[in-house]
Design a protein around this ligand. Structure first.
Ligand code: HXC
Length: 508
């Protein structure tokens, strides 16, 4: 074929579904697929594959409506010099809908990413299964789901929802490691408002059913939301600094100007001595982390636990911390699920876990019990116990009951466990404990007060726990950063292996 014909076909793909549709895309506040890739990747690093793909559907006159590239731009490039595979669905071409060839391009890219051991970033903007292609579209989704599962824990998979994502299509992002969304221009649901209305007679808007804010605050399905495309794509470029290329990669160490031994005296002024006084654990994390930088995810969901990434002496770490500012930092269903999934990501990709504990226990109540806190809480214990990455845990102020065990304790394989000198580690808080033990026998409030003091004296110290070797040391708050950095260095070559199994049976 003549070079100019090939070039002409190649050029066709650059305008996607045509000028008018591109204008409409911009009017909605969205960039096109190519514009998104341009913002996401380093300048001139994009290598496109599958440019000439086209569908072979002839239903409903589709054979007269062929757009080269078939509605998805696929390829590889660099983000800050690091290889990343990416695809971006092009809403201007058949509404970004997924047909046979569109799916094949995505599957080919996923296979390449697996072989190259590099992350995959999936930009979703699609009306779902291409209706005209029927079963071929559904088959395409199935093929993608299978690959999402095959690649889970092998390479990081990150989904960006930047337009519609409806029907079964939502399950591809749901099978990936992280989901980020744009506000007002994207939505995710299994069945849209029209179907909801016809089945349940409930009237609801797209935004209220599956907009970014719903998934940010209510479902916890997204990891963060952004005002627009540029903000989201710029964030992903920074986010990738924490993310290893694959499960085989030794974690890269970034250069930092922060010294590992920088004292963290400021923690004293932040963590109140009264165990019931709230404070913001995020201040603690930022004091400890390199250059005081912490990238929190799922910030608005299950706010009683904080998760996210930081660097410690240049090494990526996953941080899990109770948040005394929200529900006193207790563990509930959502907090357990949120932290457990994060821990499993870190473990799959060799990211050490730093746990900061200040937890009064599991949240009591029928709501929690009847919604299976037993099973969901078990997920957290399970995730810690199965994780083989370095696990460093610091009890900051209190750690009671089952929550003490679940939060990265020595008993669940904590490698280096410290407590600050005023930490209380006990079956429960002094007041509740004394009520249970003595309320039937002692009515005098003064005597109860004395017994509470006695209990506190016995347990309001980490000494008892340390005396059983469940703590490796009791440390001062000024040394917290240093101790974590040093522990990470010591554990750099940690390696353990468990029993042979086909796979585990995590409590789902
Ligand atoms: C083919 C589609 C399409 C689809 C949209 N288009 N969705 N073409 N298959 N699924 C086309 C439209 O015909 C239109 O073409 C163009 O894309 C833009 O669509 P509009 O409706 O004009 O855009 P907008 O008003 O922004 O609405 C976007 C939308 C809406 C909300 C996504 O198009 C919509 O509801 N589409 C159907 C969604 C759906 O039900 N999908 C199937 C879900 S089930 P022209 O030529 O006019 O530009 C599913 C099963 C997967 O996905 C199962 C996996 C296991």
């Amino acid at each position: 074929m003549h070079t100019s014909t090939i070039q002409k076909k190649r050029n066709e793909t650059l305008i996607g579904g045509g000028k008018e549709r591109v204008v409409n895309q911009h009017k909605k506040g969205k960039l096109t697929a190519r514009e998104r890739i341009k913002v996401l990747l380093d300048k001139n690093s994009f290598e496109e594959y599958g440019v000439f793909a086209q569908h072979r559907c002839d239903n409903f006159n589709m054979d007269k409506n062929i757009i080269t590239g078939d509605g998805v731009v696929t390829g590889v490039g660099k983000i800050n010099g690091k290889t990343c595979f990416t695809y971006a669905q092009d809403f201007t071409v058949f509404g970004g809908s997924l047909g046979e060839m569109h799916a094949k391009k995505i599957c080919n890219l996923m296979d390449m990413a697996a072989k190259a051991k590099a992350p995959l970033i999936c930009i979703n903007d699609s009306g779902g299964a291409r209706i005209q292609e029927g079963i071929d579209s559904l088959a395409g989704y199935g093929d993608i789901f299978q690959r999402n599962v095959n690649l889970s824990g092998v390479i990081p998979q990150i989904s960006l929802i930047m337009g519609p994502c409806a029907g079964g299509a939502v399950y591809s992002p749901a099978l990936t490691d992280f989901i980020f969304m744009t506000c007002n221009t994207s939505f995710m649901f299994v069945t849209g408002p029209a179907v909801v209305k016809s089945v349940t007679y409930e009237q609801i808007t797209t935004e209220k059913l599956g907009g970014a804010s719903v998934h940010d605050k209510k479902t916890g399905i997204v990891d963060a939301v952004f005002n627009n495309d540029i903000e989201l794509l710029t964030y992903i470029r920074k986010f990738m600094r924490f993310i290893p290329n694959s499960n085989k990669e030794v974690l890269p160490v970034l250069t930092t100007t922060d010294t590992p031994s920088r004292p963290t005296h400021a923690l004293e002024g932040i963590i109140p001595s009264n165990p019931n006084t709230p404070y913001d654990i995020r201040h603690v994390i930022s004091i400890i982390a390199d250059e005081n930088q912490f990238t929190e995810i799922q910030q608005n969901f299950a706010t009683n636990i904080v998760i996210g990434f930081a660097h410690m002496n240049g090494t990526t770490v996953g941080i899990v911390a109770n948040q005394p500012n929200s529900l006193a930092g207790c563990l509930d269903i959502n907090a357990s699920r949120k932290a457990a999934r994060f821990i499993r990501f870190c473990d799959a990709f060799n990211i050490p876990i730093v746990t900061l504990v200040d937890v009064p226990g599991f949240l009591p109540g029928t709501n929690q019990e009847h919604n299976a806190i037993i099973k969901h809480g078990a997920k957290l214990a399970y995730a810690y116990a199965e994780a083989t990455v370095p696990k460093i845990t610091i009890a900051l102020r209190k750690a009671y009951g089952g929550a003490y065990i679940a939060m990265g304790s020595k008993h669940l394989g904590g490698d280096i466990n410290y407590a600050l000198q005023d930490a209380e580690i006990a079956v429960m808080g002094p007041k509740g404990a004394v009520e249970i033990i003595f309320s039937k026998h002692v009515n005098d409030p003064e005597k109860l007060e004395i017994l509470t003091k006695e209990y506190r004296k016995k347990f309001a110290t980490p000494i008892t726990t340390a005396s059983r070797c469940f703590l490796d040391d009791i440390i001062s708050s000024s040394k917290v950063r240093f101790k974590i950095c040093y522990a990470l260095e010591i554990l750099k070559h940690k390696s353990i292996s468990g029993y042979w199994k086909k796979h585990d049976n995590l409590p789902l």
